[in-house]
Design a protein around this ligand. Structure first.
Ligand code: KIV
Ligand code: ZN
Length: 518
């Protein structure tokens, strides 16, 4: 009789708020990070890497707030292998108590040690051990990462791993920092450590794969087969350069192929689509339609042959159900006769908890929308929530906009804005209504940022749907994303542009504060 294989639970370490947030266009404010952290709690990930506390005041505050608020998952904070970094990380993480995890790292590959660190291997080893000991003096929950592990000489990698475990690391991470490895090579690296590090069973082996060659998920699967017990990943696969291992893909591979992969995770998979959507709504970065699991087309069966098969028997073309990843067709929730109570109740069901002031503001916005649009869907509410409840105090605010355009008229936009509490108005001509509007806003705000991308989509179906505009604006080495929604796409465009300018302003202020020039 065939023996049932024991199923091993793999820990999910989510780094959306750290490695993910580090990538251009994905920066989030504290309220937004907290909202994502709450969704990660619902997803039931094992660890949330909340940020890099020494990187900025904003990062520090975000890690601290998340450590104070989130109760389910462990909360990790990243730090280099220096006393100052480690102390600062614990200052933010202490609020998570025994669930606080210090994640410290140093590079171990020859190329990084020689050119980046300018340190001999012996000194790198010493620093790693010293850092882990200092971290362990705060908490027994210490993770150590050998940055660029994949390009590290294996005997040296094994030496570092053994030494940091002796020093108190309870998780050792073997990252593919540059997304260079391929599955069988990564499998061999993890196996090598299992076979050549005497104390390896005293720690969990973690893997952290970047997607430069499109192999981050496949490499993570290979590593788990070789004995890794934790996988580091991000929602929608966001992260440095080509991104990190996509959480939803990794988790659904294990769930769907349990027949040959005897591994599971604690993730509540029905929360995957809401998590993906929330992240896109906040960052303004949409996933490509053909993205596995959470792309718009992932469960769409267009061709006649497929549709015919699906009608006969769903499993002909469906290897997992849309329900299992939390994909529901938009449910009609509210309309113009819905009251404050129903509105509040639905928001709570969607995971938003609002104080009275925010509730009043959002309810007013909902009523205005319901006057324009018969049916208000969950997606519309998400858009309202991002605009009304997750934004910091804003320098710029749109008051009014009037546009004239047509096939014969020169497009003209008159824009009135509040800037630092004072109203200002101007008009501009343009190559179309959006161009004229953005020019007027640019003139009023004297913004020097360059518009890099402009995208428009609709939040739900129907001609009365809200338009959703996403823009990317760059100024020097800063890039920000702005989002705006309205049933009028010109207004949505203005709001998105103004949102980006507010973010740019906030970023400029924080950077100036940190460099001491303010
Ligand atoms: O890619 C990497 O090596 C990292 C480490 C800091 C874990 O992000
Ligand atoms: Zn990384």
């Amino acid at each position: 009789m065939a023996q049932e294989q024991a199923v091993k639970t793999v820990k999910i370490f989510d780094t959306t708020l750290r490695d993910g947030e580090q990538s251009p266009g994905n920066s989030m404010n504290i309220e937004e990070k907290l909202r994502i952290a709450k969704q990660l709690e619902k997803l039931n990930v094992d660890v949330i890497e909340a940020g890099f506390p020494i990187a900025s005041e904003g990062d520090f505050e975000a890690v601290k707030r998340i450590a104070q608020t989130i109760r389910g998952p462990e909360i990790a904070g990243l730090c280099r292998s220096s006393d100052k970094d480690i102390d600062r990380a614990w200052e933010a993480l202490q609020y998570a108590g025994e669930k606080g995890r210090i994640h410290t790292f140093i590079a171990t590959s020859d190329i990084h040690m020689k050119y980046k660190l300018k340190m001999e291997p012996g000194r790198v080893l010493e620093s790693a051990v010293k850092a882990v000991k200092r971290a362990a003096s705060y908490t027994p929950n210490v993770e150590f990462s050998c940055e660029d592990a994949v390009r590290t000489r294996l005997p040296f990698l094994a030496e570092v791993v053994a030494a940091v475990i002796d020093a108190g690391a309870t998780t050792v991470n073997i990252p593919d920092t540059v997304g260079y490895t391929i599955p069988f090579e990564y499998f061999d690296i993890i196996r090598y450590l299992k076979e050549n590090v005497a104390n390896i069973d005293k720690a969990v082996i973690s893997v952290h794969c970047h997607n430069d060659l499109g192999l981050s998920v496949a490499n993570s699967i290979a590593a788990v087969q070789a004995g890794a017990g934790q996988v580091e990943c991000t929602i929608n696969g966001i992260g440095e350069r080509a991104g990190n291992c996509s959480l939803e893909e990794f988790v659904m591979i294990l769930k769907t192929r349990r027949d040959i992969l005897p591994f599971s995770t604690n993730v509540v998979t029905e929360q995957l689509t809401p998590a993906s959507r929330l992240l896109s709504t906040i960052t303004g970065i949409m996933v490509q339609p053909n993205k596995a699991i959470v792309g718009g087309n992932a469960f769409a069966h267009e061709s006649g042959i497929h549709q015919h098969g699906m009608l006969m028997e769903k499993s002909t073309y469906e290897i997992m159900t849309p329900e299992s990843v939390g994909l529901k067709t938009s449910s009609l929730v509210l309309g113009k006769h819905s009251g404050r109570h129903a509105f509040k109740k639905r928001l709570e069901e969607l995971g938003y908890e609002l104080d009275d002031e925010k509730l009043n503001k959002s309810f007013e916005r909902f009523k205005n929308l319901a006057d324009l649009k018969k049916e208000v869907f969950d997606e519309d509410l998400d858009a309202i929530m991002t605009e009304e409840t997750m934004r910091n105090a804003e320098k710029y605010r749109l008051e009014h906009i009037t546009v004239t355009c047509g096939s014969f008229a020169v497009a003209t936009a008159t824009v009135q804005m509040e800037i630092d509490g004072v109203s200002a108005r101007t008009a501009e001509l343009g190559d179309g209504p959006v161009d004229a509007t953005l020019k007027a806003i640019k003139k009023l705000t004297k913004c020097t940022g360059k518009l890099q991308t402009y995208n428009v989509g609709s939040i739900t179906g129907g001609t009365d749907a809200q338009g959703e505009v996403t823009v990317k604006v760059a100024e020097g080495d800063r890039t920000v994303t702005g989002r705006g929604s309205s049933t009028d796409i010109i207004e949505a465009s203005a709001k998105a542009y103004i949102n980006a300018l507010n973010r740019l302003y906030a970023l400029r202020e924080t950077q100036a504060l940190e460099s001491g020039s303010l």
